[in-house]
Write a protein that binds this ligand. Structure first.
Ligand SMILES: [Zn+2]
Length: 268
């Protein structure tokens, strides 16, 4: 990473730290549902926070909205990849301290969640009714992938004001100054749009307002993420991993001392 860009990224993080409120141990919810569009989003976006909540004995559930089968569909049949990712997600959840009974699968096809809003909503409703969580975690409003936006939209609509809602960033980090775009045209466009929206991290006022100190659990977060082997280790030639994104710069964003959230205020 070029030194000047690293300095800018650090300056943005310092700004984030100055304008967000840290959730203390007492502020962390005693029960929560983390809604993950794909297996790995739960660990990337809030793995450290899940570990902190579980350390305090919180009842934490994870809901996987889609099967994650599209990540390498040009290299592996979708059914086989879906089965593999289910096993990986269970291992990652266990590494985060979340038992199998608290892991839920909606099983929609990766990339197609927007086509199934009407089917997904009642299932999200019944999970919320069953668990009655104090807080829910959903993808951040500025996260570009369609399944991320669909997940957030469904949960926001169904949950209403029944629970505290925290939005967590995943692909938001893939922007200037944190990363550089990959050579694919779609990636360059997405990176440019995200970078323009926050003007290189300067326009953060409505992006984050809460943070959780995860510095003590980063090693465990890393081990949990490693369970997502199909995303972390190349299985054949040309197999992209999360580490491939901007030469590891994007992945490094998830191993900083804090995880960042936007908490919607009551009534918004
Ligand atoms: Zn995702």
């Amino acid at each position: 990473m070029q030194l000047w860009r690293k300095r800018m990224a650090n300056a943005v993080r310092a700004r984030l730290q100055a304008r967000t409120v840290e959730l203390s141990a007492a502020d962390l919810p005693s029960s929560a549902i983390v809604f993950a569009p794909h297996p790995d989003d739960e660990t990337l976006g809030c793995g450290g926070t899940i570990l902190r909540m579980r350390e305090q004995g919180a009842d934490v559930h994870i809901v996987f909205m889609t099967d994650g089968s599209a990540s390498h569909r040009h290299l592996m049949p979708v059914e086989a990849l879906a089965a593999q990712r289910k096993g990986e997600a269970l291992a990652a959840a266990a590494a985060l301290g979340v038992v199998e009974d608290s892991v839920h699968w909606l099983g929609f096809r990766d990339g197609e969640l927007f086509a199934h809003l009407a089917d997904a909503a009642p299932r999200v409703r019944s999970l919320l009714a069953e668990v009655q969580p104090e807080a829910v975690f959903i993808p951040h409003r500025f996260d570009p992938p369609a399944d991320h936006r669909a997940t957030a939209g469904i949960v926001r609509t169904v949950a209403g004001q029944s629970a505290r809602m925290y939005e967590y960033p995943v692909w938001w980090w893939h922007q200037f100054p944190f990363t550089l775009p990959m050579h694919r045209r779609a990636d360059v466009m997405q990176w440019a749009r995200a970078s323009a929206r926050t003007l290189g991290g300067l326009r953060l006022a409505h992006t984050f307002n809460r943070r959780v100190d995860v510095s003590a659990v980063l090693g465990r977060k890393r081990r949990a993420l490693a369970q997502h082997r199909s995303q972390m280790a190349a299985q054949s030639d040309g197999w992209a991993t999360l580490e491939s994104v901007s030469g590891g710069e994007w992945l490094a964003c998830f191993f900083q001392p804090f995880e960042w959230f936007w908490q919607m205020s009551e009534g918004s």
